[in-house]
Design a protein around this ligand. Structure first.
Ligand code: CA
Length: 230
């Protein structure tokens, strides 16, 4: 990672007082901050500056926060940058963190700046730990966790960060059946079981992207999924 951006938090938010509050507290905690006040400008800055983390508000002018999140998380150049969403809408949380958008964490407004700083530190620690940098293979599939790259027969395929984590988890636990609720817990980070059909939806999408190579993932009726032993 570029050392200049290794400590930078990009704040994408249009409410001036929220930006000021966050920037002040982050600087006090030793971070460098960068700001953008609409979705389009935020997207552009995220791509150019490659910050260590992005705080992204849901409601933004020009481009909504979820759209920005989705674009960043599907771009191999930015998908490894953690995103913490700010939201005033509790009902959006499942979609934000778990489903199609792939944000890493969220905070609901009004928030305590101290809480935000603690969460950011936790996310960054998770990123530093990197115990899983080793290349993994399953049949024609190769995963390079350090670069967030997946290829099938040497050809790169584009996975969302959730699909990536799901595939990596299955490969790491090769041969062992993974129950849906366990996957929700380990891949999605949910402590309580929400709708386990979420897992099926993502496995379906992952299989589609893997094409013929998808036969390495077996469904175990009534339980969950398993990666075939070689
Ligand atoms: Ca806003």
């Amino acid at each position: 990672m570029d050392p200049a951006s290794a400590n930078t938090v990009l704040i994408i938010e249009d409410e001036r007082d929220v930006v000021d509050l966050l920037a002040l507290n982050l600087r006090k905690a030793g971070f460098t901050t960068s700001t953008a006040c609409d979705g389009a400008a935020g997207l552009e800055k995220a791509r150019r500056e490659k910050p260590a983390l992005i705080i992204l508000d849901l409601m933004l002018p020009k481009m909504p926060g979820l759209e920005v999140c989705k674009i960043l998380k599907s771009d191999p150049g930015t998908r490894q940058v953690p995103i913490m969403m700010l939201t005033a809408k509790a009902e959006e949380i499942d979609r934000i963190v778990g489903l199609e958008f792939g944000a890493d964490d969220y905070v609901t407004k009004p928030f305590s700046p101290r809480e935000v700083v603690l969460r950011i530190r936790a996310i960054m620690r998770r990123g530093e730990a990197k115990p899983d940098d080793e290349r993994l293979t399953a049949g024609p599939i190769t995963i390079d966790p350090a670069r967030y790259e997946v290829s099938v027969n040497g050809k790169r395929i584009n996975l969302t960060s959730l699909e990536f984590k799901l595939l990596r988890t299955l490969i790491q636990r090769r041969g062992r059946v993974q129950a849906r609720d366990r996957l929700l817990n380990d891949v999605w980070g949910y402590e309580s079981v929400i709708d386990t059909r979420t897992v099926d939806t993502h496995v379906r999408r992952l299989r589609k992207k893997l094409g013929k190579a998808a036969n390495v993932i077996e469904s175990v009726r009534g339980f969950g999924y398993r990666l075939k032993e070689k």
